[in-house]
Design a protein around this ligand. Sequence first.
Ligand code: G3P
Length: 227
Amino acid sequence: MQYIIDSADTKAIKRCVEFFPVAGVTTNPTIISREHSSDFKGLISEIRSIIGPDRMLHIQTTSDIAEDIVAEAVELKKIAGGDFYIKVPVSAEGLKAIQVLKGMGIKVTATAIFTQQQAMLAALAGADYVAPYINRLDNIVSDGVHVVEEIVQLFQKHDIPTKVLAASFKNVEQVHKVAMVGCPAVTINPELFDQLIYHPLTLYAVDAFTADWEMVYGDKKVIDLLK
Ligand code: G3P
């Protein structure tokens, strides 16, 4: 399973890469705009230099005409370097662009997916990943996890190599449930990485271990007793 950082905040990305087993970074126009950067190219390059060439970097087009999407992808790939994916929202123009991009050898994540059939057509067009939006589905009294489950099943049944990259999470339960239905990748905000490992009983257990140890060995650490 792949855990990806859904952010363009370079400080937060640096911290996540240092502490968590992350497979890459995804952005979208909203996420980029939150940084208020006057140097978009510089921001992309900085993210790449933090994550290195081997982790994935997914950056979204802002065009809605196939030819323009392709042109943006070509330029973004030059700046992003490394393992680059262009994110393309599903639409008729988007599907046309995905097919052209695949012919050019540029990797694609089809995004803004809300239905199983959007995912299927994006996959058949050649998308490497499809990104369904879990929390936004839950917010309209739909069931994001169920949509992911059925996309995973569709790809398995029809022998489609496209991977599901679930996006738009607000809590640990949503992440866990998509993992349980076989979703191979999730993109989550930096705060959610910390929530995934938080449990008060873990903190309590560690405090108790420390107290018991210090009663006998004081401030000596394990390494001090091995010398
Ligand atoms: O990239 C898609 C994802 O980030 C959307 O998340 O939280 O805006 O629904 P959210």
